[in-house]
Write a protein that binds this ligand. Structure first.
Ligand code: ZN
Ligand code: ZN
Length: 407
């Protein structure tokens, strides 16, 4: 059973660090009566009821000088318990590793609002994934909601698996999602990365077509049965329900890539009677053409690499696209310095998902005044809100050309 992490709690004392000299009083004005009063950080009596008092070290972004008590009007005690434990690298109860995707977004949102460093939450987010059964447990809609947290909490393995699954399993165009409560907020998954994902899907379509579309073999053959052979081949392809690819992979009733690949394996070629014995027209196309094409497409894309996205971004700022390509391909190792294993397609689509100019520095969190309580810095504008730049190239054709040149 999933614990409701952020439900209201009775008043309690939570020791994050027993040597810490900062107390944070979480209080509420909800469901209080006239007698509910507490001594505020400035020594005066305030209306409200204390839900929890945290004892911890003073550490940025909280005030660090001459402040011993902070009043925090906040009823999500468990959320702050989680945040403070993560920031202080203190073990946390199992329940804090669970929770829903929406609660993950709550943690992310609170980090943005108060200026907590997201990398401090990375170990917690990785544990959350394990506690929730890993990437395979989630459906497409949930995966689309996890894209942004994976990027923000820097989880390269989950990010690669999720992006790989979305490319192979989503019918039609791939987009991100967010819990309803966070729509119309500053949170935005970069459109350039969605461009990379949809580019990868298109590129896989090219892979399938290049391997399976052998019309030119028939047209270039000198055998007398080539016309019947070509007709029988195309008929068998159409009968799989996955051909022509342009028709079945786009539009309202689009099939996912995995579905297309499954359908293609139903390929059943009826060799024309006059073609028996012909090297081309009586070939075992399922074994020699379709199955290898399907296998190559299945193995081609390993998802996007967060490190390549970030490294490419840094390299772009230094030397431009050609410098990145030279640096990445020189050793024949496309995952140099990355935390996940991957090949060229992952590098390429991660590279085109990278930002093409220096990202504006995020605004420093506002100093928080202990006497006034812990105030969120209002409407912190994130760099991703700025206009996105896109590479001026055709994603699908560019990668197809690279592959052709390589072949
Ligand atoms: Zn023939
Ligand atoms: Zn990489």
């Amino acid at each position: 059973m999933v614990t409701n992490l952020f439900s209201r709690q009775p008043s309690r004392v939570i020791i994050i660090d027993p040597t810490g000299n900062l107390k944070i009083q979480c209080y509420t004005n909800q469901d209080t009566n006239f007698n509910d009063r507490f001594e505020g950080s400035d020594g005066t009596m305030k209306a409200g009821r204390i839900l929890a008092t945290f004892q911890k070290r003073a550490e940025k972004p909280l005030p660090t000088d001459n402040v011993s008590v902070i009043d925090l009007k906040q009823d999500k005690v468990d959320l702050f318990d989680l945040l403070f434990r993560a920031i202080h690298s203190v073990p946390m109860p199992d329940a804090l590793h669970q929770g829903t995707i929406e609660q993950v977004w709550d943690v992310l949102d609170t980090c943005h609002i108060y200026g907590f460093r997201l990398n401090k939450l990375s170990p917690w987010f990785a544990s959350w994934f394990i506690s929730n059964g890993g990437c395979t447990k989630f459906g497409h809609s949930q995966l689309a909601k996890l894209l942004y947290p994976c990027q923000e909490f820097d989880h390269p393995q989950a990010f690669a698996t999720i992006t790989q699954r979305l490319v192979y399993e989503v019918p039609g165009h791939i987009s991100d999602k967010m819990p309803k409560r966070f729509e119309n907020t500053h949170h935005q998954f970069p459109p350039r990365i969605l461009g990379g994902l949809n580019g990868a899907r298109s590129s896989l379509k090219v892979t399938i077509r290049q391997e399976i579309d052998i019309i030119k073999d028939f047209l270039g053959s000198s055998c007398y049965c080539r016309k019947e052979g070509l007709f029988a081949y195309l008929e068998a392809l159409c009968n799989t329900g996955a051909w022509p690819l342009e028709d079945v992979m786009h539009g309202k009733d689009a099939l996912s890539l995995n579905r297309v690949l499954d359908c293609l394996l139903r390929f059943k070629y009826n060799c024309p009677q006059d073609a028996y014995g012909c090297d081309l027209c009586s070939r075992n196309f399922l074994r020699d053409t379709i199955e290898p094409g399907v296998k190559d497409a299945q193995a081609e894309f390993g998802g996007l690499c967060l490190d390549c996205i970030n490294n490419s971004q840094a390299s772009n700022e230094r030397g431009g696209r050609s410098a990145v390509a030279r640096a990445s391909g020189k050793s024949g190792k496309w995952n140099a310095g990355c935390r996940i294993d991957h090949g060229e397609p992952t590098w390429w689509f991660s590279y085109i998902s990278s930002k093409q100019k220096p990202q504006r520095q995020a605004q420093e969190p506002e100093d928080l005044d202990g006497s006034e309580g812990l105030n969120p810095s209002s409407k912190r504008k994130r760099a991703s809100e700025d206009g996105e730049d896109y590479l001026d190239l055709d994603i699908e054709d560019e990668h197809a050309n690279k592959r052709t040149r390589k072949d």
